[in-house]
Design a binder for this molecule. Structure first.
Ligand code: FUL
Length: 695
């Protein structure tokens, strides 16, 4: 009958169609793949670092291990406050410096007396690792630990017995506090330390001393789900700087043991290795303030929204995770300024990514694997992380086009590869159809777990993303299109030695307003039209304003000290004047001698209480970064008096302003003597130098 025939035909068609579906084989994996621990970690994206130690109370970045535990005395410690702030900021975990380089332990370990148990905090009965791990559980955050391999307190540092000590401590931390999601081993070893009273220089053989393989086995045994950070793996790698960015090209691949921890390949770490042998993705660690530990003088230096947004796009937006540090203050809390800044960031991100415009568009792809629905373009906008748009094997160039129902304004594109089967895309471009014309908005390289592009704002009817090259057929699990609100970056303020102040807006279009009396500028304040004179002690505050929308940037502020009109750097090389020119770039290098002296004639006798030094600010190969120094004063430029000496701590990885204070002294000449540098060669480099005046 007719019905039977139709049924037969329909079932034949069904069998034929499903056979066609079934013939569409799943894509084969490509290159090294992430394991389950790494996949879980990628998805965390944003988590916190906490730096807290005796350093907090001594205003140091690196304690030398000789300070008494009596100094560790937070008056109002509250780990639940830390956890609350991190949770509200949308972070997924917290990593605590259980022991920093000074060796002081934040838990009552049974292996040393140098711990909280000999501090006044809770009469020695406290356990900070316990309190924070409990707070993390309460707030649904994961917990991780930083345990410094370099220990400037231990008498046996450098001997085999110290490695046993180190592992014993690790065992305590990995067995007594629940699940640990990440273990962080710092590569630093600056040589000098207290070492049980020896007070000497100790350099270990970085390639053999720590015997990392056995330490790693111990972690695998005690916490099989933990991710291990060391500069070069095994599980994740450093991004090569502490400034908050990883390369725009960023392969999640690397060669484990490509270098010895502590002797990193800064440039390669930024971009990964395209044909690297292991999956070792990068983590971007950066502090919300210039330093890792709390210093009151940095209360006004907390990174503001535009900077934090830059870091977000330069880390999470570039296939990295973001480990953002909060220096805990002397009370034992995340400072109100830091809390405000990170919550502002959360708000801005929620706003920027609230409305995914791609979801409202029709998606079509140039090539779809086997013509199958399973790999259709729509899989990139279905909100599911395990489905993806894929092309046929061998097709490494194809595109996906989003057509909107009506013209749509946009300025962000987010892309994700299905990394379970490897990182594949080598290059791609983004175009928009504006008034019937295709316009290229971006041409980029890698994608990886997540890539977010900031594009010029356009109003378009279509967006097209073209994969230009890939290691194998591309697998795109997610594409988002957004229109993020404009956030203006505050202007930069500099003053040249002649007293001329220059204000530079971050973009050419916004208007700048400023004040000279410390008050916040408004559109009623002075409008900046060009350089002006403001010599001597003065505070310049400036704001950028978009006159069309009325949007304002945050306010930038510079407190300028004494006039530099009479200052002179005493050196044969005329470029030496750059050290005091008020501009961080370019700087000056003194070559061929070590120790090296930077001598400045202040032109008059001044009472000073300290100095500041900004090392070479070059991105990739900064040089002449001074580590140990002496500072002298003189009335005549020939007889010198030593007023300060010591270390610029962690200056290689974090080359920010180094500030040193001493008892006020009157002087006309000052001399900064470099005793050595981070590279051990005869170069002393300076971006800027300044003295601190007694007011
Ligand atoms: C660096 C350390 O030396 C700093 O003190 C800080 O802990 C940072 C996260 O790593 O290398």
């Amino acid at each position: 009958s007719m019905i039977k025939k139709t049924l037969f035909l329909l079932s034949a068609l069904w069998i034929f169609l499903s056979a066609a579906q079934a013939q569409t084989t799943a894509p084969a994996p490509c290159g090294p793949l992430p394991n389950e621990n790494q996949l879980r970690w990628h998805e965390m994206e944003f988590y916190a670092f906490i730096h807290f130690a005796i350093n907090t109370f001594t205003d140091q970045e690196w304690g030398d291990g000789g300070n008494t535990p009596q100094m560790f005395n937070p008056t109002n410690l509250d780990c639940r406050q830390w956890a609350r702030v991190c949770k509200e900021a949308g972070m997924k975990g917290i990593i605590l410096t259980a022991k920093h380089h000074d060796g002081f332990c934040l838990w009552p370990t049974k292996y040393t007396e140098y711990s909280v148990k000999n501090s006044p905090w809770k009469d020695g009965k406290g356990d900070l690792v316990r309190e924070l791990s409990d707070a993390c559980k309460e707030y649904g955050l994961k917990f991780g630990i930083y345990l410094s391999p370099w220990d400037r307190n231990r008498a046996d540092y450098g001997q085999p017995s110290y490695i046993t000590y180190f592992r014993n401590q690790l065992e305590e931390l990995l067995t007594q506090y629940g699940d640990i999601f990440e273990v962080w081993f710092d590569g630093a070893n600056g040589g000098w330390g207290y070492y049980g009273g020896a007070r000497e220089n100790r350099n270990i053989d970085r390639s053999t001393y720590y015997d990392w393989d056995n330490t790693i086995s111990l972690i695998r045994e005690l916490q099989p789900q933990a991710i291990i950070w060391n500069e070069c793996g095994p599980d994740i790698r450093w991004c090569g700087n502490e400034g908050g960015s990883v390369g725009e090209t960023n392969w999640s691949l690397y060669n484990y043991k490509q270098f010895v921890p502590g002797e990193p390949d800064f440039k390669q770490l930024r971009v990964g290795i395209e044909d690297g042998k292991q999956w070792i993705p990068s983590e971007v660690n950066v502090s919300i303030r210039p330093g890792w530990f709390y210093h009151k003088y940095e209360d006004a230096k907390v990174k503001k929204l535009p900077q934090l947004l830059d870091i977000f796009y330069n880390s999470i937006g570039r296939n990295g995770t973001w480990l953002l540090n909060f220096p805990i203050d002397k009370e034992g809390r995340i400072h109100a300024n830091d809390e405000r800044a990170v919550l502002e960031l959360r708000k801005a991100l929620d706003e920027a990514f609230a409305d995914d415009l791609a979801r409202k568009a029709k998606a079509e792809a140039g090539n779809v694997r086997g013509g199958s629905k399973k790999y259709a373009a729509s899989k990139a906008i279905d909100g599911k992380k395990d489905t993806y748009w894929a092309t046929d094997d061998g097709v490494t160039q194809s595109d996906i086009t989003f057509t909107f129902k009506k013209s749509t304004t946009l300025n962000r594109v987010l892309l994700q590869e299905y990394i379970r089967l490897g990182q594949r895309v080598k290059s791609f471009k983004v175009e928009a159809n504006v008034d019937g014309q295709w316009r290229e908005l971006a041409r980029e390289t890698t994608i990886g777990y997540k890539r977010i592009l900031r594009l010029p704002t356009v109003t378009a009817t279509q967006v097209r993303i073209s994969i230009l090259d890939a290691k194998a057929c591309p697998l795109i699990s997610n594409i988002g299109i957004y229109n993020a609100p404009q956030v203006l970056t505050e202007p930069q303020i500099v003053r040249h030695p002649n007293g001329e102040v220059i204000i530079r807006p971050a973009d050419g279009e916004s208007a700048v307003f400023y004040t000279l009396d410390g008050t916040a500028p408004t559109t009623q304040s002075l409008r900046y039209t060009g350089p002006f004179m403001a010599d001597g002690v003065v505070t310049v505050s400036a704001v950028s304003v978009d006159m069309a929308t009325g949007k304002q940037s945050t306010v930038s502020r510079e407190e300028f000290g004494v006039s530099r009109t009479k200052w002179k750097v005493i050196a044969a090389d005329a470029n030496a004047a750059r050290v005091i020119d008020g501009e961080a770039w370019p700087g000056w290098h003194q070559r061929g001698m070590m120790p090296a002296d930077l001598v400045i004639d202040l032109g008059e006798s001044l009472e000073i209480k300290g100095f500041r030094y900004l090392p070479d600010q070059s991105d990739y190969f900064p040089s002449g970064i001074i580590t140990f120094y002496e500072f002298y004063v003189s009335d005549n430029g020939s007889e010198w008096k030593l007023v300060s000496e010591g270390e610029f701590s962690n200056i290689r990885n974090n080359p920010s302003w180094q500030m040193k204070e001493f008892a006020p002294v009157k002087t006309r000449f000052v001399k900064l003597r470099a005793l050595n540098n981070t590279q051990g060669d005869k170069v002393a480099g300076y971006s800027e130098f300044d003295v601190l005046i007694t007011k």
